[in-house]
Design a binder for this molecule. Structure first.
Ligand code: SF4
Length: 195
């Protein structure tokens, strides 16, 4: 009988030297103090503590499960706290084919999320309807809600989903804390009939 082998993390992977500390925002430092712009500090905190709401309807959802599991480990980005409660989440991850009948449900979930909120369209179906150029399938979720980042692929590999997630982190980190009150943002929501 062949011996069973387990992949165990090497010891150094769990020592403190393997932990990287996120970079501090630009600011002024001196003896015993550090100052920075409030929006940079808020951005730093937000981008490293995103709470995703996985809205998974089909195959891309399985890729997301792999992304969240141990090998790809979405938790490394501070995003291990999945929730299916829109009021607690700030990132809506839409993964899979969205039928037109499902559209109002997706929109309702988006509307229930508090600001600030971001949307990641994962895979060809969520981005554009994918291969389903059909009367029953929504040809991209951006027909009903605004999307911040699109991840191409059918299905996208977990690396691509992580890349999309990191693009969201960039947006979150750089976003002014007042952007959500800006006229441009309100105009964008207006185009979707959202107040
Ligand atoms: S993009 Fe491809 S893999 Fe993803 S849900 Fe659509 S058909 Fe499935």
């Amino acid at each position: 009988m062949r011996p069973v082998r387990f992949n165990i993390h090497p010891k150094e992977a769990v020592t403190s030297t393997a932990i990287s500390i996120t970079e501090a925002p630009e600011g002024y430092t001196g003896d015993g103090f550090f100052t920075a712009k409030l929006s940079d500090v808020v951005g730093l905190a937000r981008k490293n503590s995103i709470w995703p709401l996985p809205f998974a309807t089909s195959c891309c959802g399985i890729e997301f499960m792999a992304t969240a599991a141990a090998h790809y480990d979405l938790a490394r980005f501070g995003a291990e706290r999945m929730a299916f409660t829109p009021r607690q989440c700030d990132l809506l991850m839409v993964m899979g084919t969205i039928a037109k009948k499902m559209g109002p449900v997706l929109r309702q979930v988006y509307l229930q999320m508090a600001e600030p909120r971001w949307v990641l369209a994962v895979g060809a179906c969520a981005s554009s309807g994918g291969i389903f150029d059909s009367y029953s399938v929504l040809q991209g979720i951006d027909q009903i809600i605004p999307v911040d980042v699109y991840v191409p692929g059918c299905p996208p590999r977990p690396e691509a989903i992580l890349d999309g997630f990191m693009k969201i982190q960039e947006l979150v980190g750089q976003e002014s804390i007042r952007r959500r009150n800006s006229t441009q943002y309100k105009a964008l929501l207006d185009t979707y009939g959202i107040e």
